[in-house]
Design a binder for this molecule. Sequence first.
Ligand code: ATR
Length: 273
Amino acid sequence: TKRYAVFGHPVKHSLSPFIHREFARQFGLSLSYEAIDATPEGFAAALDTFAAAGGVGANVTLPHKQAAYGLCARLSARAQRAGAVNTLTRIPEGWEGDNTDGAGLVRDLTERRRLDLRGRSVLLLGAGGAARGIVPALLDAGVLRLVVVNRTPVKADELCDRLGEPDRATSRYWEDMRELGDFELIVNATSAGRDGQALDLPLSLVNSLTTAVDLSYGEVAIPFLAWARAAGCRLAVDGLGMLVEQAALSFAHWHGKRPDTEPVYQALRERDV
Ligand code: ATR
């Protein structure tokens, strides 16, 4: 039995073990997939211990995505562009890093929600690890204009510089949000909800076709989704679909098989997360 795991802090409530076990069941694969709590200081050592114990693949969640990027011997092009890693695969030289978050989000939006991202303008709130992971895929999906706003402006600047597409991706000040006009997609990649905080966002961001998506799910996503509905967004979605899709892409990378995400997504929805 091959060993897989998700590393996070906290990680106790991670849905990844459930999702990967369900995917494995679809193919009659036997695998072990556990949740491993590692502090930021202990993350690198925890990965070494896991590898020494036969670990061959791992997902990485908060707050380790940027640290994981830093310790890979090899990186996929999209992980390189993101500067963040959510999928680690054991190779002879160490770990190979990939990032399936952005592609997972795009699959949820375009396939499950039937949104066309081509030519759209997108507002990205936040410039941390979660935000970084998704921007390359949004641009690849044909987004015309990506505006990044972050409470700490220098991080939004860095994120845009890394993308190197000054015509499409630009940073603006959080305080200037009222002057940005409206967007077809608003992505909340901040961690404000984790602290139970609601963001103060102007209604002028929304038009009657706007979709709002929070990259998190469950209670953490509630304040932003409530704002989106009250503001008149056409659609307000949480990150549960993205979670299942990014897991499916990691699973495909490790096992060479594409799982059916819909029954797993529905099972999680019924659990009311
Ligand atoms: P993650 O891995 O979830 O992205 P992170 O790297 O710590 O976590 O990034 C958290 C993001 O949420 C950052 O963009 C942060 O803004 P700062 O860079 O200014 O810290 C943003 N954030 C957290 N709380 C926020 C709040 N109350 N209002 C606005 N932005 C907030």
